[in-house]
Design a protein around this ligand. Structure first.
Ligand code: MLT
Ligand code: ZN
Length: 487
């Protein structure tokens, strides 16, 4: 069930609380006026607008700790927030939360980069793209990459265990973090900033905080894994014969290109059409209409890897095996970038066609074609004229199964079907052994759906962890887990 959409309001704070906050963070670290607060309580698509009395922006880990202690003393809840680019409203305070927002954007320093250890220690408010660029300057590569990388912050990426376009090779954010610094719900600072690949000394506590969506503590810094810089990349835009051929095509690519393969993305014809119609500087790489496309990329740290030859041989064999109709192999960086521009415009250009009801699902990769065909049949029979828009990280078994509204329908009439359509799609996903949230998380938006499908035992264990680390339930209450325990 979606959160209520409320205007900015100012829940009363205890006397003396705001002056005490100001003493910790100074004038520039505190927003209390509605116009300053509004962007922090508006989620990026503008669908939900929350409410908070203030946004606090600490500049150091010590300040974060003091803010949390103050909140503990006054029983004020805290919503940690990064770049506010999330898709499940995990970083927004809603009126009923009676929470303040703790925004990490001022904590944006790279504390250390060790090229020999292949690690980088960064503060939570560092913008992802700045981290990628700092790594590149040191002739290293940080592989996390997603559409919002120009504004999302690494703390949010870690708290939501972000995915993106390189997961097939490097894993989710979870796999890219070696250590964390966290301010606990009690306001203590846990220095877990270890730069070790081996540390077998007990529970891997950092993994609890990764993907916890700010419900257990505030991530203030992290040690990230770096990789050799990529010297060569090959990118192809492929027209599939049929969707069923996508899994065997990936299998062939993995056999012939091996671990150099980093992206394998599905694009349906409808997304290419919307991008050509509404996007800027978008061209059709193949010029011929096909129902399904794959954007595939491989890269190598050394030019000797002979990647272009491997890549061409893969495309030849895919053609011979009848798995693909056609392929455009990027001849230069500009052309590769234009393929990716098309991919990155998919969500934006769908917006221009009216309401979109979103799903971020995973099923076993081999089951993706069956999932799409079952889900299409179900939603089309429920709402004739609806336009399925399945795209994304098929190489990870992760599809953004978005649904565009029937042309001409009133957008609010369409969005009224949100919960019912979610249930139709998610029933199919769960029936196929899948997940209702592959990479975007749960936040507030998917809370009810997650409770519906996850086993009571799993929810209970999560609640026990939450209870032991945040007994007063002040850390991002009502996200990921319900406010009061389920009976
Ligand atoms: C993407 O892969 O483009 C995003 O995760 C999906 C989205 O923005 O809806
Ligand atoms: Zn995605």
């Amino acid at each position: 069930m979606a959160p209520s959409s409320t205007p900015v309001s100012l829940p009363a704070l205890p006397d003396g609380f705001l002056p005490a906050l100001k003493r910790i963070v100074g004038d520039r670290g505190l927003l209390t006026k509605a116009e300053g607060i509004l962007p922090h309580v508006t989620e990026q698509r503008g669908r939900f607008v929350g409410a908070t009395a203030c946004v606090v922006k600490p500049g150091t880990t010590g300040e974060v700790a003091q803010v949390i202690k103050l909140c503990q003393d006054h029983d004020i809840a805290i919503v940690p927030q990064g770049g506010n680019t999330g898709l499940v409203s995990a970083g927004i305070a809603f009126a009923e939360d009676r929470a303040i927002i703790l925004n990490l954007s001022r904590m944006n320093k790279v504390r250390n980069l060790d090229p020999l250890n292949n690690t980088m220690t960064v503060e939570a408010g560092c913008i992802l793209q700045n981290i990628q660029e700092a790594a590149a300057k040191a002739d290293r590569f940080f592989p996390l990459s997603l559409g919002s990388e120009g504004s999302c912050q690494i703390g949010g990426n870690i708290a939501s265990n972000a995915g993106g376009i390189n997961v097939i090779r490097y894993g989710n954010t979870r796999a890219l973090v070696l250590g964390l610094e966290v301010v606990t719900a009690d306001g203590e600072i846990w220095d877990g900033l270890r730069s070790l690949r081996k540390d077998n000394t007990g529970y891997d506590l950092k993994q609890l905080f990764i993907g916890s969506e700010g419900t257990l503590g505030v991530i203030t810094a992290a040690v990230l894994k770096l990789f050799p810089a990529m010297k060569e990349r090959s990118t192809a835009f492929i027209g599939l014969r049929q969707l069923d051929d996508a899994p065997p095509l990936l299998g062939l690519a993995q056999s012939l290109i091996g671990e150099a393969l980093n992206s394998f993305e599905l694009i349906p014809r409808i997304a290419l059409d919307f991008a050509l119609k509404h996007g800027q500087d978008i061209t059709d790489p193949l010029g011929q209409p096909y129902d399904w496309y794959i954007l595939l990329e491989a890269s190598a740290g050394t030019p000797q890897a002979n990647l272009p030859l491997l890549f061409e041989s893969f495309l030849e064999q895919a053609l011979e095996a009848g798995l693909i109709h056609d392929a455009a192999l990027a001849q230069n960086t500009a052309q590769a970038d234009s393929f990716w521009r098309l991919r990155e415009n998919i969500t934006l250009c769908q917006k221009a066609e009216g309401g979109s009801i979103k799903h971020d699902i995973a099923v076993p990769l081999s089951a993706i074609p069956a999932f799409i065909s079952k889900a299409n049949a179900a939603v089309e029979s429920y709402l004739p004229g609806i336009r399925p828009y399945p795209f994304g990280h098929i190489g990870d078994g992760n599809i953004h199964y978005n649904l565009s509204q029937p042309p001409g329908m009133d957008i609010n009439d369409y969005l009224a079907h949100w919960d019912r359509l979610n249930r139709i799609v998610h029933d199919i996903v769960v029936d196929m052994g899948g997940s209702i949230s592959a990479e975007h998380g749960i936040g507030r938006v998917k809370l009810e759906e997650n409770l519906h499908y996850k086993s009571p035992l799993e929810i209970r264990m999560m609640q026990q962890i939450k209870q032991s680390l945040d007994p007063k339930n002040l850390m991002n209450p009502g996200k990921l887990l319900p406010v009061s325990p389920r009976s």
